[in-house]
Design a protein around this ligand. Structure first.
Ligand code: ADP
Ligand code: MG
Length: 298
């Protein structure tokens, strides 16, 4: 296992920020760490990277015990903290050279990293002259400088404009090809776009740990269908896997199904068998975004 967290709890004075959290990640996975503000995401990441200690539990990265060997663990982790702390008065290349000397990284790595994060044209500039999106790239370059196996990114896309968002997401995906990535966000679409897996926490509790495909699969299908004529509810209810049927207009039905199969084709078969014609058929599936809102709201 690349990351292994078992029964981690963290209490700040009187507040429980994490309550017996356990999860693990295989090498090469990109995991979205999702939760509303205050859920405990940053706390978990600070514990994973050895910056703070939990009250209970164990944490391993690449089989290294983070609590016992934080320095050893940090060699295998690249960490982009929340709010990306950078020395804004430094030049991009100068900043990376500075870090490389502190971390005793081969200087040749610097240009490789600059290229990897798409900073070649900006590397001669001062960090404070860069847009937020490019500053994030500098943070990412700093995180991968020592070629770690694991990347922990705390809200790397917060505050970016839509174009920068797309670029940084693509970059995370690219970096994830040969690294295990755990990145936090409160945007569900982001997880959908980038991750293989999602872990959702709420008020310090882990409420979901699933592959994205599984999450999509287990969703109910809501389909609106307009027939050419009135259809009896008794007939409608013969449809398989039907959870509910609501007659929302004259010949219009809203049907909810619980099935992994795409029920639209079943509705076509049903119409044909019963000599009905379909005038309109549309899927009104719940987005993962609305699922997230549902799961994390009180
Ligand atoms: P997230 O990153 O999901 O927004 P955090 O891990 O930052 O959540 O915070 C989890 C909870 O712990 C919040 O209620 C926050 O106020 C609290 N918290 C975080 N850091 C500290 C701290 N150093 N001292 C006291 N409480 C803290
Ligand atoms: Mg946070």
């Amino acid at each position: 296992m690349s990351i292994k967290v078992s029964s981690v709890s963290k209490i700040y004075k009187t507040q429980k920020a994490l309550n017996t959290i356990s999860f693990s990640a295989e090498k090469g996975q990109i995991i979205g760490f999702l939760g509303p503000n205050g859920a405990g995401k940053s706390t978990m990441m600070k514990i994973l990277t050895g910056f703070i200690k939990p009250n209970e539990g164990k944490v391993y990265v690449d089989e290294i015990n983070v609590l016992e060997n934080p320095l050893e663990a940090q060699k295998t982790i690249g960490y982009l903290p929340e709010h990306n702390p950078l020395y804004l008065d430094m030049y991009v290349r100068e900043y990376l050279q500075f870090l490389a000397s502190i971390f005793q990284v081969d200087k040749n790595q610097i240009e490789t990293c600059i290229e990897k994060v798409g900073l070649i044209a900006e590397a001669h500039k001062k960090i404070n002259q860069l847009s937020k999106g490019y500053q994030q790239r500098v943070g990412l370059a700093a995180a991968i400088l020592h070629n770690p196996n694991i990347l922990i990114l705390d809200e790397p896309t917060t505050g970016l404009d839509p174009n920068q968002l797309i670029e940084i997401r693509a970059l995370i995906k690219e970096l994830g090809k040969d690294k295990t990535v755990l990145f936090s966000t409160h945007i569900m679409q982001e997880v959908e776009a980038v991750c293989d897996r999602v872990i959702i926490i709420k008020k310090g509790e882990l409420i979901i740990d699933k592959k994205i495909a599984e999450l999509q699969k287990n969703q109910q299908q809501i389909i609106k269908v307009i027939f050419n004529t009135k259809v009896d509810k008794v007939l409608i209810n013969q449809l398989e896997n039907l959870v509910s049927s609501i007659n929302i207009g004259k010949n219009t039905w809203q049907l909810t199904f619980n099935s992994d199969e795409d029920m639209r084709s079943k509705i076509f078969d049903f119409a044909q068998e019963n000599s009905l014609k379909i005038l309109e058929l549309s899927s009104k599936n719940k987005t993962l975004e609305s699922l997230f809102t549902e799961l994390t709201s009180d």
